[in-house]
Ligand binder design. Structure first.
Ligand SMILES: Nc1ncnc2c1ncn2[C@@H]1O[C@H](COP(=O)(O)OP(=O)(O)OP(=O)(O)O)[C@@H](O)[C@H]1O
Length: 502
């Protein structure tokens, strides 16, 4: 008995020591951040002392940039609306909105649809879950009704699941209009997709890599008459991972007579990137600032000693038993391991990451959406766009390395006006990341209250279960190696994050 008590005392002492260690490291992180700010300020002031010609150059640069900025019109010149019936929409589209219970427009729809219906390019910025998909689908479908032609609109999305979901929105809104749409994403059969494209769909929703494959290899398929290009999660599509393939696509697409929409919850302010999308005097419709989350989302964090992260996670799953939860991890291996740990402890979870084949990915998402799995353990492949109304809680098991990912991850809950909760597990290695996230959010994340005593009770069983999961994963990996399936490249990538999708 005394041995157990000593063990618990030691564990509590270790935990206290780690927490004060975390506090020390947080202070260090704040100090580093302050130093960084002072260095930047010093660098700026030394620049301003530089000679006049560089000043005139920087003035020149600013003037040019401002002139580009001037191309982005302010949406205040455009009216808004309170009901879809105020808009000059075709009756079939109006009826489809009614069938979907879209009784009134969301703020982004109210701001962006009127200028879109007038034929303007649009840059739309609104929080997650605020109806951006319908904001671009409605004007496109309304225009398609008057100008029925194949390959009319192309919507680009950064992940396969989001592309499929956007297709579903177009199909619902276009259900009374005979709209033909197709989803062109990686992981699916090229020949089946080529056959779908030969049926001359009006709307193509695609991930960039696979679309480029078809533009280069599928006979009879071309977008030279394209009327609408949409980049959903535009800042993600314009970042360097998709850069090369996106540039190749943009080179092929017509710019004359083409309307372009860029939408996201987090936008890049780098005008040059936006110019790559070759927008013409776009109307900027921003109903949120760059990193704003919705008011109905309660965001908290827990500072967790590194060795206890799994135990804290299991404690939270216990606390929120029955709630529909997405757990985000930084790596595919962690997604697999955590999903295995949850199932071993009977928490009914499924994993979603880029190492799964497309059928496994679609199957996992369908099980979660249907409520047959209450926990989805995912990498950032599921961070953007996924609209699963029933998600109650988002848990950041790993803190994302970039603040935009944080905004998109926690935006998988509290959608369309519903409430939701996010909890981030912050180990002593994550403190600088969370400080940066709090800075872009413009607020400190409050601490989630936990019962530390209770957590320590879970520790042994969680560690034991974890050991079993890791052994099972190693066994399966060895089997794959023996079967020659686990290509060295893939085995090496197992520990990596999910990269840009084809
Ligand atoms: N006018 C509306 N009234 C009621 N619900 C709406 C309306 N417009 C869209 N919705 C619903 O709101 C939910 C979120 O929409 P959507 O997925 O387009 O959000 P989003 O802004 O694209 O989110 P994210 O930034 O995460 O991609 C969907 O279930 C959609 O059906």
């Amino acid at each position: 008995m005394s041995g157990k008590v000593d063990k618990k005392k030691a564990a509590v002492a270790k935990h206290t020591e780690l927490t004060s260690l975390a506090a020390k490291i947080k202070a260090k992180a704040l100090e580093n951040q302050q130093k960084l700010k002072e260095q930047e300020a010093a660098a700026e002031s030394s620049n301003s002392d530089s000679n006049s010609d560089s000043e005139s150059n920087s003035r020149e640069r600013k003037k040019k940039l401002n002139s580009k900025e001037a191309d982005v019109e302010d949406e205040t010149e455009h009216e808004t609306f309170e009901s879809f019936s105020e808009l000059d929409l075709v009756p079939e589209l109006l009826q489809a909105c009614k069938n979907l219970n879209y009784t009134k427009p969301t703020p982004i729809q109210s701001r962006s649809i009127p200028p879109a219906l007038k034929g303007n390019d649009i840059i739309g910025l609104a929080q997650t879950g605020s109806g951006k998909t319908a904001a671009f689908a409605i004007p496109i479908l309304n225009s398609l009704w008057h100008d029925q032609q194949p390959y009319y609109a192309c919507i680009l999305a950064p992940t396969r699941e989001l592309a499929q979901q956007i297709k579903e929105t177009f199909d619902s809104l276009g259900s009374l209009m005979g709209v033909r749409s197709t989803c062109i994403v990686g992981g699916m059969n090229m020949m089946d997709q080529a056959r779908d494209l030969m049926r001359k769909p009006h709307i193509i929703i695609a991930t960039p890599g696979r679309l480029m494959d078809h533009l280069e290899n599928t006979k009879g398929f071309s977008l030279r008459k394209l009327k609408y290009l949409v980049m959903d999660e535009a800042d993600r599509l314009l970042d360097m991972e998709f850069g090369p393939v996106l540039d190749r696509i943009l080179k092929i697409l017509p710019t004359q007579g083409r309307t372009t929409y860029l939408f996201s919850a987090t936008m890049t302010s780098k005008i040059d990137k936006l110019q790559r999308a070759s927008l013409t005097n776009p109307v900027k419709c921003a109903v949120s600032n760059k990193y704003q989350t919705v008011d109905t989302l309660v965001q908290t964090l827990i500072v967790v000693p590194g060795g206890l992260k799994d135990t804290y996670l299991v404690y939270l799953l216990n606390e929120f038993i029955g709630k529909t939860t997405i757990i985000f991890t930084r790596t595919k291996a962690n997604a697999e391991r955590i999903s295995g740990l949850c199932n071993l402890l009977e928490f009914n979870a499924t994993a979603l990451h880029g190492d799964l084949n497309q059928n496994q990915r679609t199957g996992a998402l369908d099980l979660f959406k249907a409520g047959r799995k209450s926990i989805l353990v995912a990498t950032d492949v599921a961070a953007r766009g996924l609209d699963i109304p029933s998600v109650d809680i988002v848990i950041n098991y790993d803190i994302p390395v970039d603040s935009k990912s944080y905004i998109h991850r926690v935006g998988r809950t509290a959608r369309a006006g519903r409430s939701g909760k996010s909890i981030s597990l912050v180990s002593q290695y994550d403190l600088e990341l969370i400080l940066r996230i709090e800075e872009v959010l413009g607020k400190k994340l409050p601490k989630e209250s936990v019962d530390k005593e209770m957590i320590l009770h879970f520790r042994d069983s969680v560690d034991k279960a974890n050991g079993e999961v890791i052994m099972e994963m190693n066994r399966r990996n060895k089997e794959k190696q023996l079967r020659g399936k686990g290509r060295r490249g893939r085995m090496m990538s197992r520990e990596n994050m999910d990269r840009g999708e084809r």
